[in-house]
Each structure stands twice: as structure tokens, then as C-alpha cells.
Design a protein around this ligand. Structure first.
Ligand SMILES: *Cc1c(COP(=O)(O)O)cnc(C)c1O
Length: 222
């Protein structure tokens, strides 16, 4: 089923929109099946999941970290993890950016990152408030071993995906504003938003990286 699911999604995605398989809790076999059907980017939330599957999948895909950076910091900042990971999509503070920068300097790597926006302004959620994004980006842009490549947002969870639209629109406006500001060392290339139930809405308003789990692999355990 995974193969068919991936092929169907890929056929429907407009030109220029990339599919990321959100793989939390999935096995190396499941991930490999998705890759064989055309997935090029795999997103993991938990370092223990990445550790489990990486030895089998290795560089057959690009690995993105999409979990809470602060919570996973202990393992995320390890040399081996930073060597494996191709992008961290969830940077939301100068502090975490500085720690990534410092550790990446030691392995002579420039880590591509996205800034996570708390577009729903939900106090318990991670991500930076929309009004604070530009200032944060200007600070992080000074760091030499991280490179800002765009924005990521989850948005509040709704039963009806259309309800996500205003949050996605606000994030897209922010994306364009920062792109037009032309900040040095910032390349606004990716706008990562939309999940299984909301990616169509997200694409309609300008997402070019969609993170899909359930619709590829079936119901998830977490
Ligand atoms: C789980 C997850 C997804 C995918 O969610 P689905 O509803 O299974 O498509 C996307 N992004 C993040 C950050 C996730 O944790």
C-alpha cells in the first residue's frame, strides 16, 4: 500500500512542491518502501527513531529533523546526529541555533535550517511567534555554521483542514516579507507546511514542502 500511496501523492503534487515522508514510529522497511516509490526526503521527530532506521536506510534519502529541537537536544547535538541530518526544520530560538552552530563548526558543516513559526500563537506549542520571526532570523543569520533556508509551521490542529488556511496564509506572507528583505546569509527557499489532512490547503497558499505521514504509511501510533 505504501508504494501506491506515495505514487498517488507524487502524481498529484504540483511542479515545484516536494514531498517529505513524516516517519515517526515507522520501520526501516516501511521507509525503504516509500523511498523506492519516489520519496526523497524523510522527516523524523525523535532521535531514537532515527537511530533505529538510519543503519538500514542510510543516504538513500535526505534526513530532516522535524521534532522539538529543545526536547531532543541531547541526542540531536551529537556529532554523529549532525553528520547524518541534512536539515533541521524546527529552530525557534537564538540559543538552540547557537548550539547547533557551535557543534557544526566542529565538524566543518553548515547546517541548513528552517525557522519554526507558531502560527497559531498557541502558548504550549514550540515555534516563534510570527511577530518575532524577522528579528530572530536577523540574529541567526550572523552565525556561520547554520544557514536559514525558509520557514516551517504546524498550525493548530483542526478536524476541518480548511480551518488551517488563515495560519498558512499568515506564514506565507511572513515568508515573502523576509524573502523580500534580502537578508545576507538567508535563502528563503522552503516553506514547509501541510500534513496528511491539510497539505492541499497548504499548497494552495504557497507551501513547497509538505510533510505527510498517515496518508503514506497509514494510521500512526504517535
Ligand atoms: C507527524 C507529523 C507530520 C505528519 O502528520 P500526518 O498527519 O501523519 O500526516 C508532519 N509534521 C510533523 C512535524 C509531524 O510531527
Amino acid at each position: 500500500m505504501i508504494k501506491e500511496n506515495v505514487k498517488k501523492i507524487l502524481e498529484e503534487l504540483p511542479e515545484g512542491v516536494e514531498l517529505e515522508a513524516a516517519a515517526k514510529g515507522r520501520t526501516a522497511e516501511e521507509i525503504t518502501e516509500a523511498i523506492e516509490a519516489g520519496v526523497r526526503i524523510v522527516g523524523e521527530n525523535y532521535m531514537r527513531d532515527l537511530k533505529k532506521v538510519y543503519p538500514f536506510v542510510k543516504k538513500k534519502a535526505e534526513w530532516h529533523f522535524i521534532g522539538t529541537a529543545e526536547k531532543e537536544k541531547h541526542d540531536l547535538l551529537k556529532r554523529k546526529s549532525l553528520e547524518i541530518i541534512d536539515m533541521i526544520e524546527t529552530v525557534d530560538s537564538v540559543e538552540i541555533a547557537m548550539e547547533i552552530d557551535e557543534r557544526c563548526a566542529k565538524i566543518s558543516k553548515i547546517m541548513p535550517i528552517l525557522i519554526e513559526v507558531n502560527s497559531g500563537r498557541e502558548p504550549q506549542k514550540s515555534g516563534v511567534m510570527p511577530e518575532d520571526v524577522e528579528e530572530l532570523i536577523r540574529k541567526i543569520a550572523q552565525l556561520k555554521n547554520v544557514k536559514i533556508m525558509g520557514l516551517m509551521t504546524m498550525g493548530p490542529r483542526f478536524g476541518n483542514p480548511e480551518d488551517s488556511e488563515p495560519y498558512f496564509i499568515e506564514t506565507k506572507k511572513l515568508f515573502d516579507k523576509i524573502k523580500n528583505a534580502g537578508i545576507e546569509n538567508v535563502e528563503m527557499k522552503y516553506l514547509s507546511m501541510g500534513m496528511s489532512n491539510s497539505y492541499k490547503v497548504a499548497i494552495r497558499v504557497g507551501a513547497n514542502l509538505v510533510r505527510i505521514g498517515t496518508k503514506i504509511f497509514g494510521e500512526r501510533k504517535y
